[in-house]
Design a protein. Structure first.
Length: 261
């Protein structure tokens, strides 16, 4: 009898409850008037996440402003790219030398896995036809299993990046692009991003990145912090990724693999 009573109590709860990805898709699909009607509990749950993004976003903006001295284009000083990071032990991706062993263009492919109740598998590529400009492609699949069903959310983005700072041990860039969210949202929006790669000492490098995409009256925000271990053209990395998918936040530890051609 007790088991039957428990089933009667909890079955309506399970039937009415929504998964994280379901809520995310609903918020990314809705207009501001609809999204403003979300309950106060969801708003309070995301206060810390909003503070997190605002805090790191402000830091990034300050760093990039002062690093660029307020001039985003700057002088297009010619540089070259190493065949792979730490090719000559002291330099990272870019080199101050212009000898014949260095590259004028490069291609980097990578994948990573997000460890969370909402799983994420990302594939990304960065192609630099010249040392100043890169085309960055990212596709991530989020998936979530609940007691009643499974949900998925696919997000694809393409950004054109300008590499403002290209030194031996650090590079910084910013870019503009477009992001498409599928799986019922089926909406594209503009995006911007900026990031940095730091090469303190062989074989370690650090990566920080931020990207915001505007979808309907909401946004998809991505913050990445990674530490990489380079073995010639291959890099193994781990780090922390934080995704704000409309009204919902998904974050956790990631492990990834990267290869430079």
């Amino acid at each position: 009898m007790k088991r039957k009573l428990l089933l009667l109590v909890f079955i309506p709860f399970f039937l009415c409850s929504q998964s994280t990805l379901s809520k995310a898709k609903q918020s990314l699909s809705s207009s501001s008037s609809t999204s403003s009607s979300s309950n106060s509990n969801d708003d309070s749950d995301n206060d810390d996440d909003n503070f997190f993004f605002a805090f790191f976003g402000e830091i990034f903006l300050d760093v990039f402003y002062y690093a660029s001295l307020g001039i985003f284009i700057g002088e297009p000083t010619e540089t070259a790219m190493n065949p792979y990071p730490y090719y000559n032990d002291k330099e990272g991706e870019y080199s101050i030398s212009l000898d014949g062993n260095l590259k004028k263009q490069s291609l980097k492919l990578g994948t990573n896995y997000l460890f969370n109740r909402v799983r994420g598998i990302e594939f990304n590529a960065v192609y630099k036809p010249v040392y100043l400009v890169g085309v960055e492609l990212s596709h991530i699949n989020f998936s979530e299993n609940t007691l009643l069903n499974s949900e998925s959310l696919n997000i694809t983005s393409v950004n054109l990046n300008y590499y403002r700072i290209r030194n031996r041990n650090i590079s910084m860039w910013w870019g503009l692009g477009v992001t498409y969210v599928g799986n019922g949202v089926n909406t594209a929006g503009v995006s911007y991003n900026f990031g940095t790669d730091i090469y303190p000492a062989k074989p370690i490098s650090l990566h920080l990145g931020w990207k915001q995409s505007f979808i309907n009256d909401n946004s998809v925000n991505v913050f990445k912090a990674q530490a990489k271990y380079h073995i010639k053209k291959t890099a193994l990395y781990t780090g922390y990724h934080n995704y704000k998918l409309g009204s919902e936040t998904v974050s956790g530890l990631v492990f990834g693999l990267e290869y430079t051609f």
